[in-house]
Design a protein. Sequence first.
Length: 387
Amino acid sequence: MTQKSIIQTPVPHPPLLYWVLLWVLGSYQALAHTVRDITDPDPGIILGRDFSNLWTAGRMAMRGDGLFAFDVDSFRLGLNEHLHLLVLQNFSYPPHALLIDTLFALPPYYAALALWSGLGVVAFALAARPYLPRGFPPLLAALTPAATICLWDGQYGLLIGALWLTVYRLCELRPVQAGLAAAALTIKPHLGLLVAALLLTRRKALVTAILATGAMVIASGFTFGWYSWAAFLFDTTRDQANILEQTSEQFYFSMMPTVFPAVGGGAIGIVAQVASAAFALWQMWRIRRLPPVDLAFPAATATFLILPYAFNYDMTVAALGFAVLLFGRWGELRWDEKSILTIGFLSPQLTFISALIAPAALALSLHVQCQLLLRSPKERSVLQRAK
């Protein structure tokens, strides 16, 4: 009679030197920009550039001037008044985002930025933990290239990523909680495109999301004035759309991983963007029957191939997805798959080097993600592999 061995074969992980270099290279751009912002004497530069928008809008809302955050000239006067910044920035979020921003505008600016960043890291690490392979440190989940850029810029990326992971993990088990998380995602509505598609076939989560979003819209309308919604829908959205019509010399184009600006916009950009979106939707169609938790990472990757307007600091879930595959399935990856996923992982900061690298890397990485999900049907579930 033979006795089964209780010793399990260890799962191969990436070589330590490769893994360390991956994270060092992945944080380079964020660290370089952080040092620049701290040491540059230019009065138009501040650490947490985009957080200065959130904090200033929150300050304006605190004193009853929230609706003026949606008037570009008034908002820029507010930036000068509160932070002594003379910059061409604007507040580009829907009015119910002020419900969050007002809370973080209570402390002084740099204390608020530290609190915002710290809570973002904790929220994302906790939301990511169930998705991580055994041995993957949760803190690293909040230190991917996209996450470090988000921390440098003071953006919503970690919060949005935490909500995204929560929706995909809970939409079947706890639809009400998933619906509430989806409603909170509407502070950046364009990023929730595939979340909305996911909830279309999950009535309880969808109804919860609609009702919760409606409640936030009503609360913000009564709190900050209904004009704020009119200004956001007609003025802010127009101003944001005009961004894509500017010249590629603008700095923010170097932070966009999407196809339309990468090829220079215009008619060619439209054709390329449609092709990119069609490819992403086709890849998602191939894995449509998998559990939602398995779709979280490829759906995040596909989002940046579908949208013409998005930024690298919002790629927190997509970048983590590549790291999870590299760490958890290293032993079964071919060399070309390892190379593609490595470039995909670094793509949030490669936008600063070349506009075309990120969308190409994302397309190839999405294909690899879908192939791996279809290749091992007995081990597809991210949560099962993490246990």
